[in-house]
Structure formats: structure tokens, C-alpha cells
Design a protein around this ligand. Structure first.
Ligand SMILES: Nc1ncnc2c1ncn2[C@@H]1O[C@H](COP(=O)(O)OP(=O)(O)OP(=O)(O)O)[C@@H](O)[C@H]1O
Ligand SMILES: [Mg+2]
Length: 239
């Protein structure tokens, strides 16, 4: 349990650059953010603004040029992806990852750290709108449709039950019916810190805080109604 005033996750002056034509290009500039327990954060903003970069930095898929990341007041900036996963951070990619040779049931067992009976595996899959018996014995490979892969990856994050659950554009490729279910799942994940990268109004509306990221900088953090007027401006500038 966190002490009063402690944040689950804190990001302190985080910057990330890439090399372009031998010159440094700033992708994220001095980002400061803090995330509480029991809250849903939605990161939004124009394409290329740096959203996926930010969540990959939190998961440790890439490393910052400067700045620090703290989980439960501990500096995790130099920890590997595995170490961060053990510390309780869980991540669903914008483009899902497939695993040749492993069945979906086995992957759910690995994710949850226990051997699930069929009923338990089914619960994770039905939560993401899949009829479990059709899927548990299938491998998570490219024969599954894009939407199926995406939903199974979300089911794995649910099975892991981390402290900080990150979803990068979970809505991409998900049909409308399942999308409704998805928003219910995210609303029910309140006992953890949930970070969702999204462009969807329905997901923005369930956020406790919306983080607007544009040109590698935080433009605004606030409720959906506070940030919404700026979103329209961002879209207008894109045209
Ligand atoms: N390794 C890299 N080399 C060059 N440019 C990169 C690299 N990684 C990210 N970028 C650039 O950084 C910017 C931010 O990328 P990022 O994927 O974080 O955007 P995003 O906000 O997630 O966009 P989208 O809404 O399209 O998913 C983009 O302009 C991208 O081209
Ligand atoms: Mg992205």
C-alpha cells in the first residue's frame, strides 16, 4: 500500500532523442508526470506526438537520454523489461507481438504465473469478447486476425494483473461490439494504475485524467472536459 501522497509511478524530466541524418532529433522533451493508484490515465494527441515512445520508455523497451522513472518511489530507470514486469508493469503493444509454438492457454498461464483451469482461461478470453473454447488451444500466431491478436494481448495483460497496466491503442482493429466491452474492462481495472494510449472519445471519457501529448511535450493534463477543447485545436492543426 502506498503512503499518503506517494505516487504509484513518477516520471521526472524524461527526454528521448533519435539520430536523424547524423543530427539529434528530440522525440520527447523534459516530460514530468505522476500517476496515482486506482486511476485511469489516457494519453492522447496527434500522430507522431510521442505517445508510444512515452509508454515504451515506461516499460523499458527503449531507454531515455535523460530523466528518471520511479515506481513506488524506487528508481526503475535502469531496470530491464523483465525486471519492470516483475515489479508489476504490464504492457500491450500498439502492434501485438505473436509467439510461434505457444498455445494461447499456455501464454495465459505464463502471464498469470499459475496453471489456470479451462474455466479461468475462459474468463480472461471472454472478458475481451472471445469465445474461449475456439481459442485456448490455438497458437498466438499470424493466422489469427489483427483484432483477435489484439484482444488476446489485452487478455494477457488482464491475466498478469500488474500494478501498472499500459495499453497502446487497444481499440485498433477491435469491432464496435467488443469495443463497448473493452471500455467496461478498463473501467473495472480501478484497483491498479491504468495507462491507455487512445484516440477514441469513448475511452477518453472514462479517463480520470487525460494527458495531451503534442510534439514531444505535455500540452495539458486534466479531465476530459478540460482537455477536449484543445483536442479539436490539435485536429484542426493537423489538417
Ligand atoms: N527509432 C526512431 N527513429 C526515428 N524516428 C523515431 C523513432 N522512434 C520514434 N520516432 C519518431 O518519433 C515520433 C513519435 O513517435 P511515436 O510512435 O511515439 O508517436 P505516437 O504519438 O505514438 O503516434 P501514433 O498516434 O501514430 O501512434 C514520430 O515522429 C516517429 O517517427
Ligand atoms: Mg503510437
Amino acid at each position: 500500500m502506498l503512503k499518503n501522497g506517494e505516487k504509484m509511478l513518477k516520471i521526472d524530466k524524461l527526454s528521448y532523442n533519435v539520430k536523424e541524418n547524423d543530427k539529434d532529433k528530440e522525440i520527447l522533451k523534459d516530460i514530468n508526470l505522476s500517476f496515482d493508484e486506482n486511476k485511469i490515465y489516457v494519453v492522447t494527441g496527434p500522430n507522431g506526438g510521442g505517445k508510444s515512445t512515452l509508454v515504451k520508455l515506461i516499460m523499458g523497451i527503449i531507454n531515455p537520454d535523460s530523466g528518471k522513472i520511479f515506481l513506488d518511489e524506487q528508481d526503475i530507470t535502469t531496470l530491464s523489461i523483465d525486471e519492470r514486469a516483475k515489479a508489476g508493469i504490464s504492457f500491450a503493444f500498439q502492434k501485438p507481438v505473436t509467439f510461434k509454438g505457444l498455445k494461447i492457454k499456455q501464454l495465459l498461464d505464463i502471464a498469470s504465473g499459475k496453471t489456470n483451469n479451462v474455466g479461468q482461461s475462459c474468463e480472461y478470453l471472454s472478458a475481451v469478447g472471445l469465445c474461449a473454447k475456439d481459442y485456448i488451444d490455438r497458437p498466438l500466431d499470424d493466422k489469427l486476425s489483427g483484432g483477435e491478436q489484439k484482444r488476446i494481448e489485452i487478455a494477457m495483460v488482464l491475466a498478469r494483473g500488474g500494478k501498472v497496466n499500459i495499453f497502446d491503442e487497444p481499440e485498433a482493429g477491435i469491432d464496435l461490439w467488443s469495443f463497448e466491452k473493452l471500455t467496461n474492462i478498463f473501467s473495472s481495472l480501478k484497483s491498479t494504475t491504468t495507462i491507455i494510449v487512445s484516440h477514441q472519445q469513448k475511452i477518453l471519457e472514462i479517463a480520470d485524467e487525460v494527458i495531451l501529448l503534442k510534439n514531444g511535450q505535455i500540452e495539458k493534463v486534466g479531465s476530459y472536459s478540460e482537455v477536449a477543447p484543445l483536442l479539436n485545436q490539435s485536429c484542426a492543426q493537423l489538417k
